[in-house]
Design a binder for this molecule. Sequence first.
Ligand code: ATP
Ligand code: MG
Length: 719
Amino acid sequence: MDVSYILDPLNDAQREAVAAPPGPVLVLAGAGSGKTRVLTHRVSWLVEAHGVSPLSVLAVTFTNKAAQEMRGRIEGMLGYSLRGMWMGTFHGVAHRLLRAHHRDAGLEEGFQILDSADQHRIVRRVLRDMGLDEGYWAPKQVQWYLNAHKEDGRRAQHLGEPSDTQQRQLLGIYKNYEDLCRRFSLVDFAELLLRAFELLQHNEPLREQYQRKLQHVLVDEFQDTNAIQYELIKLLGQKFRQVFIVGDDDQSIYGWRGARVENILQFEKDFAGAQVFRLEQNYRSTANILNAANAVIDINRGRLGKKLWTEGGDGESVKLYNAYNEFDEARFVVARIQSWVDRGNPRGDTAILYRSNAQSRVFEEILLDTGIPYRVYGGLRFFERAEIKDALAYLRLAARRRDDPSFERIVNVPARGIGNKTLEQVREHARINRLSLWDAARTLIESRELSSRAVSALSGFLELIDDIDTRIDKLPLAEQVDTAIRIGGLPDHYKKEKGEKAEARLENLEELVTAARQFGPRDEEEDLEPLTAFLTHAALEAGEGQAEAWEDCVQLMSLHSAKGLEFPMVFLTGMEEGLFPHQRSLQEPGRLEEERRLCYVGMTRAMQQLYLSHAEIRRWHGRENYPSPSRFLGEVPGEFLEEVRGSGFSLGVNRRRRAVPEAGAGGGLRLGDHVRHASFGSGTVLNLEGRGEHARVQVKFDDVGSKWLVLGYANLDRV
Ligand code: ATP
Ligand code: MG
């Protein structure tokens, strides 16, 4: 078999790694050096040169988006479809395993996945049942505690008997949480991994079956695997030792969530004799961008150490923009994107990256104003929007009455007169008799313990769900979704909210029907009922946002979600102390290094143009802040950096809501000008908006705080 088409597009080091004899392999290399490329070529090479069946390959990566990309690349190379191949995220793979062997794993067939909001609700219920005060036992922190233990492979029973009272209480919560999840077959994200691991660990025949079945294990972004993910890899790979991992210690950015970069060193011990390859040529970025990024990451200590070089030209320098405030920053970024697009380039070439998801809002506002399509990954997650979750809850409950989180969610949405008191009775009854909320409601209705009003409201709800269940039977998926939404009464409910918000919610509900219509199950979901497959897809997808792949649009995402991706033009925004590096990292050297790696990840996403920006004033957590520029900016050597100025208010016409000032608007006022007003006293110009008679100015007055004034009447003097 001629495999030159697999090996030719590689450099020597890459080729050696791809064609390494079967056995454990570690590819340790910097950003943009072709690690993902090597991994995809390795799969093709195994298939073509060694006659390995694609069905005996397990390839794992970090996000669904990356997994799809990987599949596309391999299929492109081989020229045929890889249906049924085990390729996906750790969670996806674990889920597939559990669905296939739910009984062995001790789960009901229709077990339900809890996303983080569902988990939150369950934790609150456990706290309530235990009579613990939510003010003291913050549910979010309890979630963190539960997940951290599970990610390290520890169940409540492994934790011994703590001497400290608080730890003892937490352990009690853990036990009750486990108990509740077991009773109702609920599986949170961390549980997916732990349960899959335990399944293989304790069930020897099954373990051997899968060790043989998935003989080749490949892992991308290995530096961010947590303890249980690594154990899973070890369990599967230990028999045949054909484990191929690629990673970069400098891009380990999930330490705060239990990722263990030490797994890289551990791998060499656990798989003795592993061949190690290093790739040093970067193919992604211009020399200026690469050198700037190298200089920043070089400051970290405790690196495995590597130097990247490129044959490419210097390219443009890295640009630094010093914005007045977050709006000025967003306008600058959007103006640069606009001129990039005006020169005939795709919008999808550009990415706006930020440390915190909340930063997306201002960019979104300006992009909307300017009429430039964009997509937010990770922030405004489609499947996490309230109205979408409501609609899905109707479907879930109709499919499985024991689904308590869904019951809780919609029992009184839209309002149907089921009061808190009634609900408390239902919960209490469920707790004492160890029933699902649905069964508890039914027995209560029969027991005549409720007021007649409560009985009629509750039975109305139960009948409604039964009705949905009967009606959607045998309908095509999209109509099932549509029917549940309509009969559930969600559109009318949301219409009451009025205004843009209501409109957006209705659009989202419609979009959900569209999503159902376009839905094609992934391999691991193929043997499920379409509705089950769709609901599973929604639960797993909630972390990533919906893809409108056909539309060319600006990409907005957090630095964490940008891992592994590349874009010709990248904006790294909000580079301010306290924001990036994040406040929480400032006092902790270890976390500060992780922030610096995140900065390195961000910078190395850029192929041709990289912009770094910070603002002098930023509204953050509801307050005005005056942050210092990020220390990371100071770490980029001056020779690679060029400071740029904004082009004034040159965004031009607004197509959505309001006009954006053109140069010269605002009576010659500029952001940051000091002004005096007859009644309010002196202040500073924060914002300028609108044109002509609609022009408005926002001034932060020293004494009376910030105010919006209509320019024509404001009588402001520049001082
Ligand atoms: P990251 O650390 O960011 O995940 P990576 O090491 O996985 O990066 P890839 O995404 O595989 O790097 O490659 C970076 C870019 O360089 C891609 O566009 C890839 O196609 C290109 N590339 C890699 N190797 C070569 C090569 N030998 N010839 C040409 N282009 C290459
Ligand atoms: Mg990669």
